[in-house]
Design a binder for this molecule. Sequence first.
Ligand SMILES: [Zn+2]
Length: 239
Amino acid sequence: MAKKTESLDNYLESHYIHRSNWLRAAVLGANDGILSTASLAIGVAAASNMRGPIILATLAGLVAGALSMAAGEYVSVSSQTDVEKADIEREKQELKDMPEIELERLAEIYEKRGLQKQTALIVAKELSKHDALGAHVRDELGINEISRAKPIQAAFASGAAFTVGGILPLFVALFLPLKNIEFSLYGFALFFLIVLGAVAAKTGGSSVKKAIIRITFWGTVAMGLTALVGYLFDVNVGQ
Ligand SMILES: [Zn+2]
């Protein structure tokens, strides 16, 4: 009975880990969206007293950021896919060149997972008869349907997360009063960053307090420095 609940826990844990990985990636993507778009908007708002340039900069920052995040994710996950494909090709070759050694290797893996030597060999033989490459890819290389790299999905998720984050400062730039808009942008961005930081920490099982302190500090540094740059330039167009 204890063994059964333990494997159920492992099963739930593995699904929870998978879900929390995706959530953490999405939250971090949205964080990037908020922070880089809000910083850009604050920099322009500090330099200009017109709404047009602020909206334009925020929108351009949002589009450029989302596309570069998606492109970066696509490239990095594609190279992971390439590595996986090369590994699978090598595995195919090894199975052709030295099937006995590969069978022993597979049996060893099952033995390490707790099977008796005899049982491990039987399982390895039966799985190899059924689908040798599938068994090696899954149990030796650790590539399975869930962990498999999906460049388009990852790129889309990352670009979408950035966009969701970046839209928040855009709404502030569009609808809030122009007077002291850099402070509204800062306040709202910090609020969204804290909420997201807390969610990410909670799902990842880490300290929410630390996450909030960390995001507040670095968020303030990033937005503060861009505001400083804006004030230094102080364009004040249209007066
Ligand atoms: Zn193998």
